[in-house]
Design a protein around this ligand. Structure first.
Ligand code: 8YV
Length: 315
């Protein structure tokens, strides 16, 4: 049996690349000088696409591969995959849920703590000699006993909420309906109300057309000049222009962001702001989690081509 031919959209660590290259014929689109011509010439041979959460697979790519059977996403988010195009063609889609949940929650909470306590500026204070020259670092903001709002109590939102409760924060959340097993977390259906209620708003929604810019001007202004927005989901969940305006004007106190429109080329307005903590979309980026994600990408494709049930199907 010839090895299935797979289109690889982005790079993976060597520990994933080696076994992928052994099991499949991997066509590395990101290394190609002329990816469009490759797809025209070789699209018919492609039976699988291996992609990353933020890169996905758009309609054009899917249509360029008429014999495509499966798209395996290295990431829990599949918003960048054109699911309608997949449905029409019966293309299966898998992602990597669960294995990354706690790392993403860890980074979100770490971003809140780091930013609230001014750790980036404080470190620079020590390194620059300001501590000895200018004395104590300016006072920062307390996190315990403050109000946290979690917008989207899915797998990641739930783990964020659990951690925040562990930091003695008062936790509220918003979702389509109240969830079971939420301990004493309060349910506030309306995102604007949730934002008005809280000091720290965590955006943990799975991105879709329905959630696009759900954190708009009104929500941002409701978090207010003393509040912080933390985004560990997708940039599309926030109206980024409104966020920038509010950070610049002081209508929003601060933001801690792991995701950006057009990343990695983020809007340069962010770089001028001191009230924002910037992270390079690495919430799932630990060795342990990335190894588990890579294994799921391979195992899903192997299961599909062996006629076994998919491990973590989306479609
Ligand atoms: C990854 C992600 O950073 O899970 C997701 O949806 O966006 C992240 O875990 C990304 O997919 C790795 O390329």
């Amino acid at each position: 049996m010839p090895k299935p031919e797979i289109l690889q959209v982005g790079p993976y660590p060597e520990w994933d690349q080696v076994p992928l290259d052994e099991a499949f014929v991997m066509h590395k689109l990101f290394n190609m000088a002329a990816p469009a011509s490759f797809l025209i010439e070789h699209g018919r041979a492609i039976r699988g696409i291996a992609t990353r959460g933020e890169l996905g697979a758009g309609r054009e790519m899917i249509e360029a591969c008429p014999n495509l059977e499966i798209i395996s996403v290295y990431g829990v988010g599949f918003d960048a995959v054109d699911l309608d195009a997949c449905r029409k063609r019966d293309v299966r889609v898998t992602n990597t849920p669960d294995v990354l949940t706690r790392d993403v929650a860890d980074l979100g909470v770490a971003m809140m703590l780091c930013h609230a306590r001014g750790m980036v500026g404080a470190e620079a204070w020590v390194r620059s000699g300001d501590w000895a020259r200018r004395g104590h670092y300016p006072l920062t903001r307390r996190v315990h006993e403050a109000k946290a709002g979690v917008l989207g109590l899915g797998r990641i939102g739930h783990e964020v909420a659990r951690r925040l409760a562990g930091f003695d924060m008062d936790v509220a959340y918003s979702d389509l309906a109240p969830k079971d097993c939420t301990q004493d977390w309060s349910f506030i259906a309306d995102p604007v109300e949730l934002a008005r209620h809280c000091d720290y708003l965590f955006v943990t929604l799975a991105a879709s057309e329905e959630t696009r810019q759900i954190v708009g001007r009104e929500v941002i202004e409701a978090v207010g000049p003393e509040g912080m927005v933390i985004n560990i989901s997708r940039a599309s969940n926030i109206d980024e222009a409104a966020l920038l305006d509010a950070l610049e004007s002081g209508a929003l106190g601060s933001a801690a962001l792991d995701v950006f429109e057009g990343e990695p080329n983020l809007n340069p307005r962010f770089l001028k702001l001191e009230n924002v903590l910037l992270q390079p979309h690495h919430a799932s980026g630990t060795v342990e989690t990335r190894k588990a994600m890579g294994k799921l990408v391979r195992d899903n494709m192997a299961a599909h081509f062996a006629g076994r049930p998919l491990l973590t199907p989306v479609l």
